[in-house]
Each structure stands twice: as C-alpha cells, then as structure tokens.
Design a protein around this ligand. Structure first.
Ligand SMILES: *Cc1c(COP(=O)(O)O)cnc(C)c1O
Length: 380
C-alpha cells in the first residue's frame, strides 16, 4: 500500500532518483549579491546586506524591528534574555518541538515547563496553558509564580509546528493576563499568516530561523523580531558583544554575545527573501496535491492548515491511522529513496528534561507516535 505513495511522490517531484525531505533552491539573485558582497570585502557582520535584509523582513512581517543573528537558536536565546528570563525561572513551552527551543531556555539556566499541544495545530494548546496556570500559578506584585515549585514563570514560548499556526491570539491573551512575556518560536513559519496577521508579529519578541532546511536560507542564520524599539536596540547591542559605539575604542558595558549575522549570509538571504512568496505559492500547490492524494487513502490523513490561517506548508506531514505501522512506513519509503522522517521525540522524554514540570500531554504523545514528515521542497 505504501508503493502507491512512493509512486505519487516520485511523480510530483519529476521522478528524481532521490527525493529529499527539504532542499534549498537558489534561482534568483543569490550569486549576484554574493559576488557583490565579496567584491566589497564586507563579508563579516557589518555590511549593507544585513541592514537591507532587516528592513525588508520587517516590512514583510509588518513589524517595526528585525535584528539578524547567526542562527535561530541564538535568536531564541536572545529573545529569552531580553524577556528578562533569569537563572532558575520557569519558561512554559510545548514538548513537541525541535530541541533548539529547550536548549535556548537552558542557556539562560531557566527550566522548561511543558503544556500540551492541540491535535489540529500541533502547536501549544491555549486550553492546556490556561488550565496549567489556573492550577499552579499565582500573581504576586505583578509577577507570576508557580505555587508548587516557588519559581517565577517569566516567559511562554509556543512554536508554530511545520509552519502551521498555533492559536497564538488566545495564547497572547492568557500570557498578558498572567504577566508572562510571549516569545514566538516562529523558526519554521516565516510567511504564514493567522487571521490576516503574519506569524512572528504576535509575540513581545519572536525568533525565526534561516537554517539550510528552512523555507528560505542564509546557510545558517536567524532573526529577532519585535515592535519594541528599546528591545530592538538592546538586541543589537547584546548581539554585537555589547560594544559601545566609538571610532576606535573597545569598550563594552556588559557580557555580550557574538551573535550577529555576517554580511555574506545576509547577501544570500536578501536574494532568498525576494522569492519567498513564489516558494510559498509552490508549496501550497504541493500541499494541495498531497491533500487530494490522501483523500482516497485509508491508512493516513494529510495534515492541512488550521482554520483562519494561510500556512507556508514548510514541511508536509501525515498522520498514520495505525502508529504501529510507523517503522514499516519509514523503512519502505526511505529504502525507495523517498525521504521521510518521524516527528521529534517529545522533549520531556530526553534525559535533560525528564524531570521538568509538566501537564497532561496526551495530545503530544498521540502525535509523537503517528506523525511523519514527507518530501516538501519547492518543485521546479
Ligand atoms: C530550526 C528551528 C530552530 C533553530 O534554528 P537554527 O537556525 O537551526 O538554530 C528553533 N526552533 C525550531 C522549532 C526550529 O525548527
């Protein structure tokens, strides 16, 4: 029964010998801008492409400020620091995410707390978040604490899984009720809109990734997104080693980070951003083809965009009816050179986070057992 699927994927990807999960595509001004960048000798973290990219992305997202970083993980780390996450604080997130979300929380010496995801969005469930807070949180002097652990709950980091939006508007309302800073992990969801607003523009701060497997890439890269000018200035300062502006002196006013995106990467990214809308249109067509194929299939369901959203369909996913058949499916497809991957192992199962405070995670568990990613590159 999986042969039909393998045949279908090969047919939509021009019968290539090997069909990867997601490969980058350079069909625009990439070489032109890279050459310009090399000719200028400004290949490092100062240069016009970095500035240009930040302006262009801010405009695309409808936000005031973007600060480009070396990768999405450092962007997340910086967002958490700017949200004032301190050692021993708690940060609420979802167990179904890529490890970077929890790594960034750990870099602050803070502790992730896991609430469940919604089955339809695969992102943080506002109901689970609300119930967790009703059961465990109390506000003292305008600060939210976990009554059980005594720790401060400083921030909440929902993630938009595979480019599909979580119920971010509801999550935003709950966070503001509880005086918790909202940080969107929008690493996977560049270009997705929810209720006609771009993802990455809902949070107090948001992080985006431009890793090689993301919808557009700078090789490695990330961005911090915010509407708060003060936070944007701080982000720029902290990511450039907290150096005080001066023509020749090296003065730094705190421990900073070397997190700024090099101009060379930004040159590549400027060209990629020009094609984002074309990529998204193409990927939405692919999703439509998969959807039609799976309409007649009994053994799995294709994951479509949630209501009120226009998804970038970064990584397509299907949900197997019988989780017990997962290994066989992965084996059959990968040995036929059609790359497929299971969704991430839940964060609360990893040795670093197995003692983390958590709610009932039934939806996340069910998804972990049954979700598989299938080839999603832009089709030529
Ligand atoms: C890719 C990704 C990141 C991290 O991005 P890098 O650029 O690889 O550091 C963070 N969170 C999620 C959910 C991601 O998918």
């Amino acid at each position: 029964m999986y042969d039909e699927f393998v045949g279908f994927v090969k047919s939509i990807y021009s019968n290539k010998k090997f069909i990867p999960l997601h490969e980058p595509l350079f069909i625009g001004n990439e070489k032109k801008y890279l050459n310009e960048c090399i000719d200028s000798t400004f290949v490092s973290s100062v240069g016009k492409f970095v500035d240009q990219f930040e302006v262009n992305l801010a405009e695309k997202l409808g936000v005031k400020h973007v600060v480009a970083t070396v990768n999405g993980t450092t962007a997340l780390h910086m967002c958490l620091l700017l949200a004032n996450v301190k050692e021993n604080d708690e940060v609420i997130t979802q167990p179904l995410t890529f490890i970077a979300t929890c790594n960034a929380i750990s870099y602050c010496r803070a502790h992730p707390v896991f609430v469940d995801v919604d089955s339809d969005t695969m992102g943080m469930s506002p109901i689970s978040l609300k119930n967790f807070l009703l059961d465990n949180a109390e506000i003292r002097d305008g600060v939210c604490y976990n009554k059980i652990t005594g720790k401060k709950i400083t921030a909440c980091v929902p993630m938009h899984t595979f480019g599909h939006p979580c119920r971010i508007d509801e999550i935003k309302k709950i966070c503001s009720e509880y005086h918790i800073k909202l940080i969107e992990d929008a690493a996977e969801s560049l270009g997705t809109s929810y209720k006609n607003q771009q993802l990455g523009s809902f949070g107090d701060l948001s992080a985006i990734s431009f890793n090689g497997n993301k919808i557009i890439t700078s090789g490695g890269g990330g961005a911090i997104v915010t509407n708060d000018e003060n936070l944007a200035l701080k982000a720029k300062h902290l990511t450039t080693t907290a150096k005080l502006k001066h023509a020749w002196r090296f003065d730094h006013d705190q421990v900073g980070y070397n997190y700024r995106m090099p101009n060379l990467n930004a040159a590549l990214l400027c060209a990629q951003l020009e094609n984002l809308d074309i990529f998204i249109r193409n990927k939405r067509e692919t999703a439509y083809l998969y959807q039609s194929f799976f309409n007649d299939i009994k053994w799995a369901k294709f994951i479509s965009e949630p209501s009120h959203s226009k998804s970038n369909y970064w990584l397509n996913a299907l949900r197997l009816k019988e989780p017990s058949e997962r290994e066989l499916f992965l084996e059959k497809t990968n040995s036929s050179k059609v790359m497929t991957r299971p969704i991430w192992t839940l964060m609360n199962k990893l040795p670093m986070f197995k003692h983390a405070f958590k709610s009932d995670l039934s939806n996340a568990k069910a998804l972990e057992e049954s979700i598989i990613n299938i080839p999603s590159s832009v089709r030529l």
